[in-house]
Write a protein that binds this ligand. Structure first.
Ligand code: ADP
Ligand code: MG
Length: 348
């Protein structure tokens, strides 16, 4: 396991909830991210998974400094990014780039592909002299599997998969060390999702990139991740290596997410019980007390309403990962898996 290049510690992002137009009295806060910690090694892929509304995109925006956290730190190569001067932050931002979820809305329709991919050079002109940019952009097109002659075309002339390749090329323009990919294939046809994931893997090998790869679906993350963090209502509830999370999930939320993943092998399908999660994710403005998952959990007991189960991260987990470390924020994580009661035959 390589050294950590990024350390995220107790990251918090609360959005104030206000009432009134003139005085904007604060009446509460949306706790979008509420104490998230993880590390990322050089060339490593960390998958972050959770249902919609769990705070994944907020974590992504914080990582690339599009937003400032309410509390906590993001340390890149020893420097706390959240405390840097704007000038120093600029240099760091070059190294941590984002690929956005929806290539239909994240590419400016009035700009040519060349201008879109070359836009980062406007912000960081020191990376590429003006006369050199077109050649660089064409090379980037080639790297992501598009014809370099497409440089003067517009986004609408491309398919969804091709557009996401353009988004990836833009993310690569400054030769970053880390790419934060926020559900990079969710908006694409299933048939092209694997192609884009394969491209990301190829680029990782070629350029030694580290990825934070966000998805709401465990099956996509499995393909690409070395380690996985499962997020629920602003917190990470379980982390582990790919094998720990998929073969021995200990948090009921992870178990439920996994049970929804289609299994190609019919034998394995029989061995795995289907867990139906009832209800939606509660509001992050008013999360349940104690364990936030308890309102949807079949294992919940009284204790879960009063005691927050800590995500105990043993020091040895931080890096390198040892097989023994597999933190899970459930009071009953150590117990043998309990089969949930069968869902009612008619869920309505
Ligand atoms: P995910 O990407 O996992 O779907 P998000 O990070 O987009 O989750 O959102 C987490 C929660 O924070 C949601 O309840 C969302 O409505 C809220 N949220 C996100 N951005 C803002 C914002 N700028 N202002 C207020 N609430 C926000
Ligand atoms: Mg999102």
């Amino acid at each position: 396991m390589p050294d950590a290049i990024l350390e995220v510690t107790d990251l918090v992002k609360h959005y104030p909830l206000t009432q009134g137009i003139v005085f904007k009295k604060q009446v509460g806060a949306v706790k979008a991210v509420d104490g998230v910690s993880f590390s990322l090694g050089q060339g490593e892929t960390l998958g972050i998974v959770g249902e919609s509304g769990c705070g994944k995109s907020t974590v992504a925006r914080l990582l690339v400094s599009l937003e400032r956290p309410t509390a906590g730190s993001i340390t890149y190569r020893g420097e706390d990014v959240t405390r840097l001067s704007p000038k120093a932050l600029r240099a760091v931002r070059r190294n941590i780039q984002m690929v956005f979820q929806d290539p239909y809305t994240s590419l400016n329709p009035r700009m040519t592909v060349g201008d879109i991919i070359g836009e980062p050079y406007e912000i960081h002109p020191e990376v590429a002299p003006k006369g050199d940019r077109r050649r660089r952009v064409q090379e980037l097109l080639d790297v992501v599997g598009l014809n370099p002659e497409y440089v003067n075309r517009y986004p609408h002339q491309f398919s969804g998969g091709q557009r996401q390749r353009i988004g990836i090329a833009r993310g690569l323009a400054l030769r970053p060390e880390i790419i934060v990919a926020d559900e990079p294939v969710s908006a694409l046809d299933v048939s092209v999702q694997a192609q884009v994931v394969n491209l990301l893997e190829k680029l990782q090998d070629e350029f030694g990139l580290a990825y934070v790869f966000i998805a709401h679906d465990l099956s996509i993350v499995r393909h690409i991740s070395d380690r996985v963090g499962v997020m629920y209502l602003g917190r990470i509830v379980e982390t582990g290596t790919d094998a720990q999370i998929y073969d021995h999930p200990t948090h009921p939320y992870t178990q439920a997410l996994l049970s929804a993943v289609p299994v190609p092998d019919p034998g394995a399908r029989l061995r795995r019980e289907r867990i139906i999660l009832s209800g939606d994710v509660p509001s992050p403005a008013d999360p349940p007390s104690g364990c936030r998952f308890r309102t949807r959990c079949w294992k919940a007991q009284e204790r879960c309403a009063t005691e927050v189960p800590p995500l105990h991260v043993p020091p040895e987990f931080r890096l390198p990962v040892t097989p023994a470390s597999h933190p899970s924020a459930c009071h009953f994580a150590a117990e043998k898996r309990v089969v949930p009661p069968a869902p009612p035959s008619d869920p309505k």
